[in-house]
Each structure stands twice: as structure tokens, then as C-alpha cells.
Design a protein around this ligand. Structure first.
Ligand code: NAD
Length: 519
């Protein structure tokens, strides 16, 4: 009787599992231009951050599926790399049109899986779209160099040629923008691609490659695989992959940079951050505080360029209570709710980590000027919400200052002079972004000259450069030689090939072979 009972329990459990999985859609691999169901036995539940309900299951792609993706990219490279640059440009024209036409749908996908507000999600798509628009100028961007008559009858030409199969590994916080930093530029330069989006929100990337196919990207030129450690190691080690673009956290990025480089690949890695905003007493107060609040708490602080640390200089510290009042006015809600200013953070684990870091600040002596830890959002009680939180009197040796919190938490420090503010920022290992708020041109100039950070805003809180420039985070926020997009991005996805030719009508009169270097 016990055996038959046990059997019926296990059959019920099996059926229940089958029933549950049958009702939950799966995310597919995209291989050789087709959406393919994974044969894996290992799946990752992707939960809506506002409700924690499972909305899709993401496969850990099998070794064979990953091999198929690379083989398909390798085969496609043979023809794609030989297409005319005008053909590739035309594909980008169509692709940018399709992204624009499907902007709302893409933004909804981002909000559903990632949690950010719909209007912010549209910004996520738009910033990626701008890279595709810039790819349309590839006919200028990929120009080489020539020099006639380097010697008698001899000319030299340098071409910018593609590398082969390239790969991208993306983070969860910009599920549309960051894939678009990668595969369009690689493709328009003549490479083919394998991308592994974040397992936390691959939906926007999947829709983008579908639109790419519709725009005329041939089958095999871009492929999508899924997973975490195994897929990342696969990409780092595969001999047919020439270059890796990574955006994500510090530890993972350093690991990928080292492992990929060890296998002879080019790697560009955008990493973590701790961005400081310096508030001078001569700044326009209202504008500065408004900008600061938006840049600290927008996207629930889950932006690598979020302004997470405010440094009030001298008398500007009197504005801190007004800053707190402004932050209190932000509305926290599910991302698709019309007037939400910030949505949930990505997962219960991320929320717990944020709460722990806030608590460590309190324990270390910071003043919890605004406490968003206990927020409950009506109708979304199970969501991963954290309200705007402000820790004042923070010191640079506190854990909450040293760690990237990646949540809606603003650390506030005070100093007496601009020189102290500059030293403080230059002593922080990260160099992603910083901003100064002032009405004094000389102060702003001193700051931009002396600060050792790759992206600087003067009265601009999140100074992310548009794609005709490059994303130039520096120091611990970047590993590699060539930054993302812009000219540096084209350099990353191309190598130089130089041809030296001698064209002379007459044959030589002296037929002795020269064995010395020509002088
Ligand atoms: P993450 O490093 O956890 O994940 C990034 C990618 O690495 C994902 O595809 C993930 O699957 C993979 N990954 C995660 N853990 C891994 C492991 N142990 N081994 C192998 N692969 C692993 O980053 P995230 O949490 O998705 O994104 C947030 C981080 O990204 C923040 O630190 C943020 O500052 C950074 N970021 C930086 C930039 C920039 O341009 N500097 C932009 C966006 C995000």
C-alpha cells in the first residue's frame, strides 16, 4: 500500500510539474535564423519583479545548441563578410525603422521582465536605437587610410576589415539598449554574432533579433543562446569566437576579461560604478536637487550611471533636507502603472542585498534621512519594491559607500572645498561617471580637468555620450582598449589590413636581387 501511495504521489507531482510547465511559455534559442526550443533539462524561472509570478522559463542552452550557434555564425560569416557595405547599411536602415515602429511593444517587454517604468523602458529602447542609427553611417565609419607614393611607384592602403564571429554577454538592467550596443555594430562591420542576454530578462533581445531578421539580417548572422556560467565559459573558451563584448558587474567582468584574453580574444568590458554628484553652493538649487533625485532614484537606482553619491560642498549642505523632501514625492509602483516614478528592483535577492547595505550604513553611523525599506505597494504586495532611501553623514570607509548598491539608495557626504571633493572622487576606484552642479565656469573647468573619471557632466546628471561619441567609463569601470560604440566601437569590431603595392610599367634593368633593407 505504501509503495502504491508513493507512486501515486510521484505521478501527481510529475503531472503537476508538467501542467505548470505546459502553461508557462519558454524562451527559445535563436539559431540560424530560427526560434528553437531548447532540449535542456535545466531551466531558469523568470519572474515579474512586480509580482514574483513566473512569466517565462529561460533555458540553460545545451553544449550542442551553443556549438550550433557558433557553427551557424561561422558559416554565415563567409558570405556576410563579403556583402557590400551598402547592403549592410541598407539592412541597418530597415532595422532602425522597425525598432522605431515597434518601440512601444519593445518597451512593454522590458517593463514586464525588468520592472522599470514604461516611459523609462522607452528610453532604454531609444538609446539602443540611436546606436543602430549611427551604424547607418558605416560608409564613413569604416573608411581606411591611403598614402600614395610611399616610395617610387609604391602606394599603401589600410583597410578596416571584420574579425569573424564575435560574442556579447549582457546585464539585466538595460535589456534592449545593451544588446543594441553590441550586435548591430559588429554586424554592420561585417562580423557575425552570438549573444547571451541576461537570463533575468532576455525578452527584448529575442524580439530585437526577430526584427533584425525582418530587416534582412541573413540567417546565422546573429544567434542567441542562454544560461549563466556554462554559456559564459563556452564563449570565453571557444576557438571560433574572436572577440567578446561584456557589460555587467565587476567580478564577472574581470573574470570574463581574463578568461577571454587568455584564449587570445579581444575583450571590451564595461563594469560596475559608483558615480558622484558634486553640489557647489553657487549651483541653481532647484534644478540641481531635481536632477539629483531623478538621477539617483530613476530605474530604482539600477543604472550603471545612476548618481548614487551626492557630495555637498560647503554651504550647499543646508539643502539636504530639501533633497529629502523632493525624494519623498516620488511614486513607487509597478512599472506599467501610469504615474510610477520608479518600479521594483530585479529580484528578492537584489532587494535583500540593498536592505543589508542600508542596514550596514545605519550600523556604521550614517543618518537614515529617508527610509524606503518598508514600503508596500497596494496590489503588488509580493513585488521587490524599495522606496527612495537617503543615507546622510556617510563616510568613505563605510560599506554602503564602498559597495555599488544598485538600488534606490542615495549616499550623502559633505566636504568643505572643491579640492576635497575632487580628491574623494579620484580616490574611489570606479571611473564610470560624475557630475558637478555649479554656475561658475572656472570651477567647472577645474573639475573637468582634474577629475579622473571617464564621463563628466557639467549641470548634466547622467552624462552618457550619444553614439557618435563612445561610452568612456574608465579605471575600475572598464577593462579593455576600445570602448563601446562610436569610433572606438568600430575599432573594436575591426582589424587593420594594410596593402603595399608597386605598379611600374617598365621591367627592371638591374636584375640583381637586393638582400639589404632598402634605404
Ligand atoms: P552580472 O555581472 O550579474 O551579469 C552580467 C552577465 O554575466 C549576465 O549575462 C549573467 O548571466 C552573467 N553572469 C552573472 N554571474 C555570472 C557568473 N558567476 N559567472 C558567469 N557569468 C555570470 O550583472 P547584472 O547584475 O546583470 O548587471 C548589473 C551590473 O552591471 C552593475 O554592476 C552595473 O554597474 C553593471 N553595468 C555596467 C554598465 C556600464 O556600461 N559600465 C552598464 C550596465 C550595467
Amino acid at each position: 500500500r505504501n509503495i502504491s501511495q508513493a507512486k501515486s504521489v510521484s505521478i501527481r507531482a510529475f503531472l503537476a510539474r508538467g501542467y505548470a510547465s505546459a502553461n508557462i511559455p519558454t524562451t527559445k534559442n535563436f539559431i540560424n535564423g530560427q526560434m528553437v526550443e531548447s532540449k535542456t533539462t535545466e531551466w531558469i524561472d523568470l519572474k515579474d519583479p512586480a509580482t514574483n509570478q513566473v512569466i517565462t522559463r529561460v533555458p540553460k542552452s545545451t553544449k550542442q545548441e551553443m556549438e550550433d550557434a557558433v557553427a551557424s555564425a561561422k558559416a554565415a560569416y563567409k558570405t556576410w563578410s563579403k556583402t557590400s557595405i551598402l547592403t549592410r547599411q541598407q539592412v541597418m536602415f530597415k532595422f532602425q525603422h522597425l525598432i522605431r515602429a515597434n518601440m512601444k511593444e519593445l518597451a512593454e517587454l522590458v517593463t514586464k521582465e525588468q520592472g522599470k517604468t514604461l516611459v523609462d523602458a522607452e528610453g532604454d529602447v531609444l538609446r539602443g536605437l540611436q546606436v543602430v542609427e549611427h551604424c547607418c553611417s558605416i560608409t564613413s565609419l569604416q573608411l581606411g587610410e591611403t598614402l600614395p607614393s610611399v616610395s617610387k611607384d609604391m602606394d599603401t592602403m589600410t583597410f578596416r576589415v571584420p574579425l569573424g564571429v564575435c560574442a556579447g554577454i549582457t546585464p539585466f538592467n538595460f535589456p534592449a539598449m545593451i544588446p543594441l550596443w553590441m550586435f548591430p555594430l559588429a554586424l554592420v562591420c561585417g562580423n557575425t554574432y552570438v549573444i547571451k542576454p541576461s537570463e533575468k530578462d532576455p525578452g527584448a533581445c529575442m524580439r530585437l533579433v526577430e526584427l533584425g531578421k525582418q530587416a534582412g539580417i541573413p540567417d546565422g548572422c546573429v544567434n542567441v543562446i542562454h544560461g549563466m556560467h556554462d554559456s559564459v565559459n563556452f564563449i570565453c573558451d571557444h576557438p571560433d569566437i574572436q572577440a567578446i563584448s561584456f557589460v555587467g558587474s565587476d567580478k564577472v567582468g574581470r573574470y570574463i576579461y581574463e578568461r577571454g584574453s587568455k584564449h587570445g580574444k579581444r575583450v571590451q568590458a564595461n563594469l560596475g560604478a559608483k558615480n558622484h554628484g558634486v553640489i557647489m553652493p553657487d549651483a541653481n538649487k532647484e534644478n540641481t536637487l531635481t536632477q539629483l533625485v531623478g538621477a539617483a532614484f530613476g530605474a530604482a537606482g539600477q543604472r550603471c550611471m545612476a548618481l548614487t553619491t551626492a557630495v555637498f560642498v560647503g554651504e550647499s549642505k543646508k539643502w539636504i533636507p530639501d533633497l529629502v523632501e523632493k525624494a519623498k514625492k516620488l511614486k513607487v509602483n509597478a512599472g506599467h502603472v501610469a504615474d510610477a516614478d520608479l518600479g521594483p528592483v530585479i529580484s528578492p535577492e537584489a532587494k535583500q542585498r540593498i536592505l543589508d547595505l542600508v542596514q550596514s550604513g545605519v550600523k556604521d553611523g550614517a543618518n537614515l534621512a529617508l527610509d524606503g525599506r518598508k514600503i508596500v505597494v497596494k496590489g503588488y504586495e509580493k513585488g521587490n519594491f524599495v522606496g527612495p532611501t537617503i543615507l546622510a553623514d556617510v563616510k568613505t570607509d563605510m560599506e554602503c559607500y564602498k559597495e555599488e548598491i544598485f538600488g534606490p539608495v542615495l549616499c550623502v557626504l559633505t566636504v568643505d572645498t572643491i579640492d576635497e571633493a575632487i580628491d574623494l572622487i579620484n580616490n574611489n576606484p570606479y571611473g564610470n561617471g560624475t557630475a558637478i552642479f555649479t554656475r561658475n565656469g572656472a570651477t567647472a573647468r577645474k573639475f573637468t580637468q582634474e577629475i579622473d573619471v571617464g564621463q563628466i557632466g557639467v549641470n548634466v546628471p547622467i552624462p552618457v555620450p550619444l553614439p557618435m561619441f563612445s561610452f568612456t567609463g574608465s579605471r575600475a569601470s572598464f577593462a579593455g582598449d576600445n570602448n563601446f560604440y562610436g569610433k572606438a566601437g568600430v575599432n573594436f569590431y575591426t582589424q587593420l589590413k594594410t596593402v603595399t603595392s608597386l605598379w611600374r610599367e617598365q621591367d627592371v634593368t638591374d636584375s640583381r636581387s637586393a638582400t639589404a633593407m632598402p634605404i
